[in-house]
Design a protein around this ligand. Structure first.
Ligand SMILES: [Zn+2]
Length: 471
């Protein structure tokens, strides 16, 4: 039984989706959907509404549109790496309807009001889908945080290790503490890239001094304990400052154990992982080379198994792609340390979760749906119209054929640069149509819409929760 109360809408419906199986965060239902003026009007079995626009979704699963909370589209400034147009095209091809762009690797990075406004203009001109922006937390920009919150940033991203890009410096310990205090007072959230700068820099220096620049040497320079060290420090600061914390791209089960322990002590912390940590291991990085380079790096199978266990129990709150492309020349070279660290993956988040999670490991469809839609909306306080299949919500939908398998080919990629670590991989669960606010934007392998993305700048009020200090 569907738990939602159905509220009848007075306006007329202009689109009906019939026969589909609806997947929400709480269950799977067989109901028709009536849509009007970009909103979901009602759900019912055997809807009888007069409209010429009917989509027969028989045999298909209807998910809420994916919300990708972690992408790098690199515009303005480095649009030759990706850009809002090609990045959002790839997102809709994977069933996505909303993304949160990171403050790097745009140039200028999004660390003040002026850079936010510049990025907003670029996204409004080119994005096929709705969007929001992360602000940056870097040394020297504490005084800009309030203006960024007023503009509606999702939260603030900080790097605890070198970001790999000169215009977005690492956040030192003092700045991180002050920034978390400021974010807490502004009702915002801080997200951290958690790897220890001291450990990774020392190991990299030692390796390079010996002329050791292979893939294995790179893996050895970013060990799991460097990630755990930084996660522990961030958790301490979250407890001390009472700042909501989100740890991005956790790559190993041991990291989840630390986070779960802090949660049990009342710290307001959540985390994400990425499809590449779930679908690839360090052996794949050695085999594939630069196209699979990322930081933290891919991990051994044991660490990956831990991630899957925590995913099953709901301890991992969200999945973000961390789509971070570059030009092809930056992904190759004899010195693996110098190769750009970022994976192109935004197009395959949902098919990878369906293949590796649902088909191979029995991960429930509502859990998958919540990881990429409802939980993202709830954690980052989006308006209730986003990430939910409810009467009154935006009609943002992904229609997926779970019976269809496909091979990942370069000519099917919508990225500016068609590289992917998943080329040749057979996936189950093909996105056949993506709908944004009632408009079809992607259908049967084709983009069928012009840019129509809107900025999502409103944040729902914070729901305060009991909170105890870690220390
Ligand atoms: Zn990232």
């Amino acid at each position: 039984m569907r738990p939602y109360s159905i509220t009848k809408h007075n306006g007329s419906s202009d689109l009906i989706i019939t026969g589909g199986t609806i997947v929400t965060e709480s269950g799977v239902f067989r109901e028709d959907i009536a849509i009007g003026e970009g909103k979901i009007h009602e759900f019912s079995q055997g809807l009888k509404v007069r409209t010429p626009h009917i989509i027969d979704a028989t045999g298909l699963h209807v998910f809420p549109g994916l919300i990708d909370s972690h992408v790098h589209f690199n515009e303005p400034g480095r649009a030759n790496w990706e850009g809002f147009e090609t990045g959002s095209r790839a997102l809709v091809a994977g069933g996505g309807t909303l993304f949160f762009d990171m403050p790097l690797n745009a140039h200028p990075p999004t660390v003040d009001a002026a850079s936010f406004d510049e990025k907003l203009a670029a996204a409004q001109a080119a994005s096929l889908v709705d969007f929001a922006f992360w602000g940056g937390l870097v040394p020297g920009n504490l005084d800009q945080m309030e203006a960024l919150v007023e503009r509606g940033v999702v939260g603030f991203k900080a790097f605890m290790s070198d970001s790999g890009i000169a215009d977005f410096p690492r956040t030192d310990d003092r700045t991180l503490q002050q920034g978390m205090n400021r974010a807490a007072s502004l009702g915002s959230i801080v997200a951290v890239h958690a790897e220890s700068a001291a450990i990774t820099a020392r190991l990299a220096q030692e390796s390079l001094a010996l002329g050791r620049t292979s893939i294995r040497d790179y893996l050895d320079s970013r060990p799991i304990h460097a990630e755990l060290d930084a996660i522990a420090q961030a958790l301490d600061l979250a407890g001390e400052t009472r700042c909501p914390l989100h740890i991005v791209h956790v790559s190993c089960g041991a990291g989840l154990a630390l986070i779960a322990s802090a949660q049990s002590m009342g710290v307001d912390v959540t985390c994400e992982t990425c499809p590449h940590y779930l679908a690839l291991t360090e052996e794949d990085m050695v085999r594939l080379g630069g196209v699979a380079k990322c930081a933290p790096p891919l991990r051994p199978k044991l660490a990956q198994d831990g991630l899957w266990q925590y995913l099953q129990t709901g301890q991992i709150r969200t999945i973000g792609s961390d789509h971070s492309p570059s030009t092809p020349d930056m992904k190759a070279g004899p010195n693996f340390f110098k190769i750009w660290g970022g994976i192109s993956g935004i197009q395959h988040t949902l098919p990878l979760l369906l293949t590796e999670g649902h088909v191979k490991r029995g991960l429930a469809l509502p859990l998958i749906s919540s990881l990429v839609s409802f939980n993202v909306s709830a954690r980052f306080r989006l308006p209730p119209a986003k990430g939910r299949l409810l009467p009154g919500a935006d009609a943002d939908l992904a229609l997926v054929d779970l019976n269809q398998q496909f091979n990942v080919h370069a000519d099917g990629l919508f990225y500016r640069h068609r590289h992917s670590p998943y080329l040749g991989r057979k996936l189950t669960g093909k996105v056949v149509r993506t709908i944004l606010r009632g408009q079809t934007v992607f259908q049967d392998g084709q983009i069928v819409s012009k840019p129509m993305g809107l900025v999502i700048g409103d944040r729902s009020p914070i729901i305060s929760q009991p909170h105890r200090c870690l220390i």
